[in-house]
Design a protein around this ligand. Structure first.
Ligand code: SIN
Length: 299
């Protein structure tokens, strides 16, 4: 299917030079194949897509998400629950409490630090989608960081230094700092549970070299002494999350934000815990393990 935005009635407006684009002219509950072809091309180019003013039932959300591939079953949340009844693919990110005072979702109202979703797995979900149902009057903004821009900003000697290295992505804590179910608490980066991935990965669709950091807490550069690993990671993070590489999203009800976990990291601002924020999230399964960009560092 040819991706011609004009013929499909779709407009694409970049949100920043480094990451993100707003897509207008589509109803995600009633999308044509022609429009989907335009959206997939924009997804590869911009790594994060924003759709405003959507009204999606859980069926619509799951159907749109499935167009991207097989969906993950939502992981167990901090409240020990698995998913929305009848919709095991939908995960709730929320601070809202039920009638018994128990959170209905994950991550509360605190900050969610920069991370890539579930990169502590061998084959992490390649895309994540967040749909805003209730938003607080202020706070709770979600930011994306473009990891192509992050990699491109590294000085040549740092690129050379990390070419061929692997970073262990910690699986002990989630981005809100909560211990994951069934995992022993640890603040030892060399020995905490996790998965090593190449520090520089190649995007399977665009061929771009991408810095792949996952999250900072308990990260470890495989094979280095702890102090050297910490120093190198601090240096990389210092370049990665510079404002020029990021887009900060102020939510409105009906917004959908879809991001490429291979090419972005994201974080969330804290918000007033007495305000309500309710998001539904789906994740699209990874099709392959993150692959090293073998010639990275050469340019
Ligand atoms: C997440 O980190 O997956 C959630 C982000 C958000 O709540 O905006």
């Amino acid at each position: 299917m040819q991706a011609d935005p004009e013929a499909a009635g779709v407009t694409i407006r970049p949100l920043t030079p480094a990451v993100g684009a707003e897509i207008a002219g589509v109803d995600l509950a009633d999308l044509t194949d022609r429009q989907f072809a335009v959206i997939t091309e924009a997804f590869d180019r911009h790594a994060g897509l924003l759709f405003r003013d959507q009204a999606l039932t859980p069926d619509d959300l799951v159907a749109f998400s499935r167009r991207w591939g097989e969906l993950d079953v939502a992981p167990v949340m901090e409240n020990g629950r698995t998913a929305v009844p009848d919709y095991p693919e939908i995960y709730i990110v929320s601070n809202v409490k039920d009638a018994d005072g128990k959170p209905i979702g994950s991550l509360g109202a605190g900050e969610a630090v920069w991370h890539t979703d579930m990169s502590y797995l061998p084959s992490p979900p390649y895309a994540s989608l967040l749909y805003a149902i209730e938003v607080p009057p202020s706070g709770g903004d979600t930011s994306l960081c473009g990891m192509k821009a992050a990699y491109d900003s590294l000085p040549p000697e740092l690129r050379e230094r990390i070419a061929g290295l692997e970073i262990k992505h910690d699986g002990t804590y989630n981005s809100g700092g909560y211990l994951r179910a069934g995992v022993t608490a640890s603040d030892d980066p060399m020995h905490s549970v996790g998965q090593a991935h190449p520090a520089v990965c190649r995007h399977p669709a665009t061929g771009d070299a991408l810095l792949y950091l996952g999250r900072r807490r308990n990260a470890y550069v495989v094979g280095l002494g702890l102090e050297e690993s910490e120093r190198l990671l601090d240096q990389l993070w210092d370049y990665a999350v510079r404002p020029a590489h990021t887009y900060r999203h102020r939510w409105r009800v009906g917004d959908v934000l879809l991001w490429d976990n291979r090419a972005t990291m994201h974080r969330r601002d804290p918000f007033d815990a007495t305000a309500r924020r309710l998001m539904q999230r789906t994740q699209i399964k990874g099709r392959s393990r993150p692959r090293a960009a073998v010639d990275a560092g050469a340019s």
